[in-house]
Write a protein that binds this ligand. Structure first.
Ligand SMILES: *Cc1c(COP(=O)(O)O)cnc(C)c1O
Length: 431
């Protein structure tokens, strides 16, 4: 390592011992990083091929206003997404405000009163509880007469095939499968495992719609759930597929009929995909999906680096230092509020925006404990950018994700470690 580089780290608050520790950890990660680069390379080619096949032109980068009829850029972008995910069609819109909205849209447009929704992978992401009506909310599926069944994973993380079989009945119309563990402790599902589950379900009931919540999973592997039988994959553009550039948006890629249903619900019956001006946003959507494979790879390297650092320092990390990866989220259990706070404040101090701000735990609406959040992002709330949050309750874990570049993710993790070292939270290797 060059003295000049070490001096730059020093000027940004990283001590020599923390830096050296990081380098030692990195030595052991070369092979894994090569694997990630190979996945990014395959995904880069996949995205490029889709853009070329669909003849993305300079005119596509411009937008429409008003009704947005004949929006060449919007329509071509949706073809590009469909080509990437190998689906019949896609809906990719700034009018889809976030991931929850995209998922709610996919569900509400494809379910009708009297239908039943099944989650065979346990409790879905928090915000979906109100969409489904697990927690009562105005306008939930439950209010519209759509019932819900859930089969939890077995204690070892495997699918409970017996109970899934029992849960599927005449009314079962749609099966929702969440790829990422989100903020739970179960393992994230690989695309291969999602494929097994879909095959099992379709064997029992071929016409059931299988939807995958793909949030945080896009481009982590070379195949997507739509390559193994999913009828719809759904996600947020301020996570992986937006590449850090999309300032808003969500997508639904899948069977023509499913996407059409979603379009009629998003705009209006009779209008569907024909309206929805893209305004000036398309260049960022195109450039974002173009960068998404390498941005996701950077975030993934950051997650693995963090797992290895903090595991070596004696903390329980999920996934652990050697496990295979199927999403970009990393959890570190500190066991104390001070650890969670030090980590998040370190991440914030590493940000390109608002690095001078010190986050503190606060009573966020919708949470049952105080939460501390670190987010110095270009796009507000974007979690493909380096970000962390931790509820101040046992086991005092932080959830960390993102990093638009590997170099920034690395710095952020070293900065978090520095903050933990200075406050005596990590002492094992730094006495
Ligand atoms: C982020 C996320 C969502 C919801 O997305 P928002 O954009 O926060 O509304 C849903 N499911 C999973 C697994 C997620 O990670």
């Amino acid at each position: 390592m060059s003295i000049a580089l070490q001096e730059m780290y020093r000027q940004l608050g990283i001590s020599k011992e923390v830096y050296d520790f990081g380098e030692e950890i990195l030595e052991g990660l070369k092979e894994r990083f090569q694997e990630i680069d190979a996945i990014a390379e395959a995904n880069q080619l996949k995205v490029l091929k889709a853009m070329q096949e669909k003849q993305v032109a300079e005119a596509c980068l411009l937008g429409t206003t008003g009704y947005g009829y004949n929006d060449l850029g919007r329509d071509t972008l949706e073809e590009v997404y469909a080509a990437i995910f190998h689906t019949e069609d896609a809906l990719v819109r700034p009018q889809i405000t976030c991931g929850t909205h995209a998922l709610a849209l996919a569900l509400m447009s494809n379910l009708r009163p009297g239908d039943e929704l099944l989650s065979p992978v346990g409790k879905p992401y928090d915000t979906l509880e109100e969409v489904i009506g697990i927690r009562p909310s105005k306008g939930s599926l439950r209010e519209y007469g759509v019932t819900y069944k859930q089969v939890d994973l077995l204690p070892d993380g495997s699918f409970d095939f017996d109970n899934i079989k029992k849960a599927i009945n005449d009314k079962t119309k749609l099966v929702t499968i969440q790829r990422s563990k989100g903020y739970q402790t179960r393992p994230t599902l690989s695309v291969a495992r999602i494929g097994e589950l879909i095959s099992f379900v379709k064997n029992l009931k071929p016409d059931v719609i299988c939807m995958v919540d793909n949030c945080y999973g896009e481009f982590v592997e070379t195949i997507e759930p739509s390559d193994v039988g999913a009828d719809m994959v759904v996600g947020s553009l301020i996570k992986n597929p937006g590449g850090g550039l999309a300032p808003i948006g969500g997508y639904i890629a899948g069977k023509k009929e499913c996407v059409e249903n979603a379009a009629y619900r998003l705009t209006s019956p009779g209008l569907g995909k024909e309206v929805g001006a893209s305004l000036g946003i398309l260049k960022d959507f195109y450039q974002g999906i173009f960068l998404a494979p390498t941005v996701t790879a950077s975030a993934l390297k950051g997650a693995i680096f963090a797992a290895n650092i903090y595991e070596k320092c004696g903390f329980h990390v999920v996934p652990n230092s050697t496990e295979s990866r199927h999403d970009i989220i990393q959890a570190v259990e500190f066991g104390t509020p001070e650890g969670v706070i030090a980590f998040c404040q370190g991440i914030q101090a590493a940000a390109p925006v608002d690095s001078h701000v010190t986050p503190e735990p606060w009573a966020m609406p919708g949470y049952d404990a105080d939460v501390i959040m670190a987010a110095g992002a270009f796009v507000s709330g974007s979690s493909i950018e380096l970000s962390a949050d931790g509820p101040i309750k046992p086991p005092y874990a932080v959830y960390f994700q993102g990093g638009l570049t590997w170099q920034h993710a690395k710095f952020g993790i070293l900065r978090s470690l520095q903050s933990c070292v200075e406050r005596g939270i990590v002492s094992k290797f730094f006495q």
